[in-house]
Design a protein around this ligand. Structure first.
Ligand SMILES: [Zn+2]
Length: 435
């Protein structure tokens, strides 16, 4: 493994975390901290990143000193460098105009999301309490659609004359499928099917009346039964399928799962061809603690609970320590519902961080670049425009040799109802994202 050293006498946990992300995670280059004089003549702190023949003198941002009070009052400014913009501007006489370790910490820890945690339906958060992509600094700076921290790492390597162990050849594609509503008609109570069927009848929705009858009488396939379609597609392309399955009791309006009597056989069938992971429900993430742990326990008998993606993408950095305490090792919730792109400035998996305790976590965060419903519901894109955007995101990941992850649903690849045409689009997406 190649190696760089950073000269500074007392690096904070945040500085060590930033360095690990930039050099170990993004480049596969080892980092050594070396004790050194860290004050210049004017009394300003700096650190120096040293490679075998070159070095870079970098300023230190208040974020790196864990001084959140100063940082909140002054704000985190972004600065242009080598065709990108990075957070953590520090004015002074050093080789860089910003602190690259603070930039990595700022993006990966999701530091900017913390002050608005708990808000609902505000400028920063939506009605589900989720941080809005459009409110993020990266979006406002026009840097959300590229993994900026991986770009920063590659630029640093070039400036330092370091050859990264990770190259553009390491690009990977990871398709993931969320299963919120496993079947349109199967697995519903008789009462539900009678009530819904009567409503369709009264509203003269004859097509749906016929479809429901045919599925329930076993004369037709359930419209959301798209499992063979995506499993075959992924297998033909030698891709592993990661599924995240909603497994909570039916609870309007956000947890609309089907009966376990049809869900469990489906999961057994899926598990021979895919990883079947837990998709913690809206209720479980609303009432963390016992309800979360209870739902986890019920899933443990049928699937994998060490890897999760939260339903509605409600998982966020303030929950990371609780996830780790619940023996969760991998969280795939890193992305925005309202905007495609790289919420943490990363495409590849990276270690989580506990900002309150200022310490790195064992939990691994897996970012995704784009979700089907973001394209359709938030951006109102048609299939052609969606494919164009996915291609751009995939190219941005290729440039850094990262991991392109997509989030699709069994319902959207079904071609049913509002998703007409999206099955063909998904075939195009997979083809376009392949290495
Ligand atoms: Zn979901």
């Amino acid at each position: 493994m190649s190696k760089i050293s950073i000269s500074y006498s007392a690096p904070s946990e945040r500085m060590r975390y930033g360095a690990d992300i930039l050099f170990r995670t993004c480049l596969g280059v080892d980092v050594e901290w070396v004790d050194n004089v860290d004050l210049d003549n004017s009394g300003t702190h700096f650190y120096t990143i040293n490679a075998s023949t070159k070095s870079l003198k970098c300023p230190i941002h208040s974020l790196s000193f864990c001084d959140d009070m100063t940082t909140r009052s002054s704000g985190v400014m972004w600065v242009e460098w080598k065709g990108f913009k990075f957070p953590g501007e520090v004015l002074g006489v050093t080789d860089l105009m910003f602190d690259p370790l603070a930039a990595a910490f700022f993006c990966c820890s999701r530091w900017e999301e913390l002050p608005s945690d708990g808000e609902v339906d505000t400028e920063m958060r939506d009605t589900h309490g989720r941080f809005r992509g459009v409110s993020s600094a990266a979006y406002k700076e026009g840097m959300l659609r590229t993994p900026i921290i991986e770009n920063l790492a590659r630029i640093l390597a070039k400036e330092l004359g370091v050859t990264p162990e990770i190259t553009t050849q390491d690009y990977e594609y990871q398709p993931t499928i969320d299963i919120d509503i496993a079947f349109a008609y199967q697995g519903r109570s008789h009462l539900h099917n009678i009530a819904a069927g009567t409503r369709d009848f009264v509203l003269l929705r004859w097509g749906r009346v016929r479809e429901r009858m045919n599925v329930l009488l076993n004369h037709a396939q359930d419209p959301y039964d798209s499992y063979d379609f995506f499993l075959n597609l992924h297998e033909q392309s030698h891709l592993t399928t990661q599924c995240f399955v909603h497994f909570a009791d039916y609870k309007r309006p956000y947890d609309l799962g089907v009966s376990k009597s049809v869900l469990i056989p489906l999961m057994e069938k899926l598990s021979s061809r895919a990883n079947v992971n837990w998709h913690p429900s809206y209720a479980a993430t609303s009432h963390r603690g016992q309800p979360f742990l209870n739902e986890k326990r019920t899933f443990e008998n049928v699937g994998n609970t060490s890897e999760i993606r939260t339903h509605f993408l409600r998982g966020q950095s303030s929950m990371w320590t609780a996830f780790q305490d619940a023996s969760i090792q991998h969280d795939y919730s890193m992305g925005y519902a309202d905007q495609p792109g790289f919420r943490a400035g990363m495409s590849r998996p990276f270690p989580a961080y506990d900002i309150e305790k200022d310490s790195p976590l064992e939990l691994v965060i897996h970012p995704f670049a784009v979700m089907d419903s973001t394209l359709k519901s938030y951006l109102n894109l048609d299939c052609e425009q969606s494919l164009h955007l996915v291609s751009e995101l995939s190219d941005a990941v290729r440039e850094v040799g990262g991991v392109m992850m997509t989030v699709w649903h069994n319902t959207s690849v079904s071609n049913h109802g509002i998703w007409e045409g999206w099955q063909t689009l998904y075939e195009d997406v997979v083809r376009r994202c392949l290495p």
